[in-house]
Ligand binder design. Structure first.
Ligand SMILES: Cc1cc2nc3c(=O)[nH]c(=O)nc-3n(C[C@H](O)[C@H](O)[C@H](O)COP(=O)(O)OP(=O)(O)OC[C@H]3O[C@@H](n4cnc5c(N)ncnc54)[C@H](O)[C@@H]3O)c2cc1C
Length: 627
């Protein structure tokens, strides 16, 4: 190793990705000498939503095992307490040491409205948790399990063996994870919710912002029905979300599941021939960046995973799995596919162009799914900060009009809504200090933001490697609004939001006035209703986030999924129904990347659900091997 290593080992700057990248190129990739041999029954890569649930369920589900969890970030209490505070959830996005710092590609695309023109789809920062709890430590804490049963039944419809993913099985897992504290819940509520899991879910404490009550009334004035449980019998309507919050603090999966997993430490004195016994426990290693999978070179054709290589404290280490053990990737929908590709599993062309030997050709990264979004802002009477609230208190689910018209009453009652609107009070100082710059120059105002999310998008993006350097971010092409129906449905909902702003009591009591969206940078003014479809397209693809909020609310929801799809191999699948990677042994992927279709709602609970279901499959397989 070059002379730089000792310096780096002591160097606190190690957590800085640029430094690590530079260090990797100069030293480690050609000169990995520092190895230690570690052996565990299971190696889990990533202590995010899925990794935390999996670690806990496995340590409690299988006797006498130990688990190594490798996490690229630090403990969720390490940097500061801010990420635990609901009202600071927007600030949490901007704490760079807890975020991977990804950015999507800028894409020049053909206009859907006027095909003779090209339009620039902006690249945006793409937040991903790099901390214990992963993205559940940075997210907005809205609890959605998505009760559109048909969606999970579509997962199950991929073949008889996929029945283990039908709605009944998924609901069992959702309920097992959830600990809902709603008081006086009726039988119908109990049908859809769990009360004994570790993930705390609660109603908004101490009421909601006044302007949010006004929003509910304004929506009702337009004929949108009230819904007191978006995770219940029906999803449509206006109502108040439930949140993954406990006692006024964020309840991430690290706070709930990982913490509980760490409590179990047992000694099995007779379990080793040498008489030293074995400690059955979960060992979490922080700031441990997994580089790739170690394969059994003696069984080259079988692609048997035997461990992983990871970078920690300036040293490349190797960790191995014991017989019957498994490597389980829980790195999330951007990093799990990256690790697979760096290990030779992926599309031949992309791997070979990055000098990676192909072990198994699979469509890794070929479908990158997310919920594109767009926001619209209005000024209002002043709001006060509510420290117990994440801001996103109120939601509206409705069906959009595919021609871009304002939805009609029937659309509000449609059982399969495809739009989810999140309403936030807009408090510049509370949301993001960078906005001060903007507001110092222009007007400072309190207001209301409606973030419109396309929950059932047709457009599909992709992800591929830019290089074989594990510290380089993969190329992320979102392809948002590539399909014109996505664009028109977004236009339809934006028009509905403008109508909501005009309704009393928003327009009367709260003095809500939409902020101009058709104007140039910084000129705040209200528009007429005269926006053409071309104006809307430009707004949606290029202006919405950057001009209003300085990248605060980009044009997606950070619900990346689908990059390691669970499907038959003949249908672009990368993992089978038991989440095992095709053409390999001892290797599974368990996180949102396996979603065959994106659920029509937020993805934290679905990620936890997948991990809980996966734990049952892994336990079953382990027991079969043992018997
Ligand atoms: C800003 C934001 C807001 C959101 N809001 C909501 C919301 O309100 N409600 C909701 O339901 N969902 C929300 N989501 C989505 C939800 O949080 C995620 O879908 C979910 O947490 C993903 O879980 P996961 O296990 O797939 O990945 P993650 O939770 O992202 O976990 C992946 C983990 O793996 C680690 N890792 C990755 N690569 C490596 C490596 N090479 N070596 C070691 N470790 C590695 C990461 O650091 C991370 O800890 C939001 C997401 C974000 C980012």
């Amino acid at each position: 190793m070059s002379q730089d290593l000792s310096g780096i080992e002591k160097n606190q700057e190690l957590k800085n990705d640029d430094k690590i990248r530079e260090f990797w190129i100069k030293n480690i990739c050609n000169n990995a000498k520092f190895k230690t041999k570690e052996i565990y029954d299971f190696i889990i890569v990533g202590a995010g939503t899925a990794g935390c649930v999996l670690a806990r369920e496995l340590i409690h589900g299988i006797p006498n095992i130990n688990i190594l969890v490798l996490e690229a970030g630090g403990p969720n209490t390490y940097s500061n307490g801010l990420i635990n505070l609901p009202c600071a959830s927007f600030k949490a996005f901007h704490i760079s040491e807890n975020d991977w710092g990804y950015v999507t590609e800028e894409q020049r695309v053909q206009s859907s409205v006027n095909p003779t023109k090209e339009i620039l789809r902006m690249g945006n920062p793409y937040v991903r948790g790099k901390v214990w709890g992963g993205s559940s430590s940075l997210n907005t804490m809205v609890y959605m399990q998505v009760s559109q049963t048909k969606e999970y039944n579509e997962w199950a419809a991929q073949g008889p063996e996929y029945k283990i993913w039908d709605w009944d099985h998924c609901l069992e897992a959702f309920k097992a994870v959830e600990n809902n504290s709603r008081k006086n819940s009726d039988e119908n509520f109990k049908k859809f919710h769990g009360f004994d899991g570790l993930l705390h879910v609660q109603d908004s404490q101490n009421g909601i912002y006044d302007v949010m009550s006004g929003l509910i009334d304004a929506a009702k004035n337009l004929g949108i029905p009230y819904n007191d449980d978006f995770n219940g019998e029906r999803q449509n309507g206006v109502g108040i979300f439930q949140f993954t919050i406990k006692d006024g603090k964020r309840c991430s999966l690290a706070d709930s599941y990982l913490k509980d997993a760490l409590k179990k430490v047992e000694l099995y004195p007779d379990s080793k021939d040498d008489g030293f016994g074995k400690v059955a426990a979960v060992d979490v290693r922080s700031f441990a960046h997994v580089l790739d999978i170690i394969w059994d070179e003696e069984n080259k054709n079988e692609n048997v995973a035997i461990g992983v290589r990871y970078f920690c404290n300036g040293v490349v280490r190797e960790a191995f799995i014991a017989p019957k053990g498994e490597v389980i990737l829980c790195g999330g929908a951007i990093n799990s596919p990256q690790i697979l590709m760096l290990s030779g599993i992926g599309p031949k062309e992309n791997l070979e162009s990055n000098n990676i030997k192909v072990r198994k050709e699979l469509p890794v990264g070929k479908s990158l799914l997310d919920h594109p979004s767009c926001c619209i802002v209005a000024k209002s009477t002043p709001n006060a900060i509510n420290h117990w609230s994440n801001g996103a208190e109120v939601g509206i689910f409705h069906k959009a009009n595919i021609e871009g018209k304002i939805p009609c009453k029937d659309d509000f009652f449609d059982e399969n809504p495809d739009i989810q609107i999140h309403a936030f009070p807009y408090l510049p100082d509370f949301i993001d200090p960078s906005i001060k710059l903007y507001n110092n120059k222009y007007d400072k105002f309190d207001g209301i933001i409606l973030l419109i999310v396309l929950n059932v998008p047709s457009s599909v993006g992709y992800l591929e490697l830019k290089s074989n350097n594990p510290f380089d971010q993969p190329k992320m092409c979102s392809n948002y609004f590539e399909k014109s129906d996505d664009l028109y449905r977004m236009i339809s909902s934006l028009k509905l939001c403008r109508e909501i702003f005009k309704q009393p009591p928003l327009s009367t009591v709260y003095n809500v006035k939409e902020i101009g969206i058709n104007d140039e940078f910084g000129k705040w003014c209200t528009n007429g209703d005269d926006m053409s479809d071309e104006d809307w397209e430009k707004f949606i693809l290029t202006k919405a986030c950057i001009k209003f909020l300085f990248t605060l609310l980009p044009s997606f929801s950070f619900h990346a999924s689908g990059t390691v799809k669970m499907a038959p191999e003949s249908k672009e699948g990368v993992v089978n129904h038991r989440l095992q990677v095709y053409g390999t042994k001892n290797l599974r992927v368990v996180d949102t990347s396996i979603f065959p279709y994106i659920p029509s709602g937020n993805t934290n609970a679905p990620a936890a659900m997948v991990a809980w279901r996966a734990s049952r499959l892994i336990i079953e397989d382990y027991m079969v091997e043992t018997s």
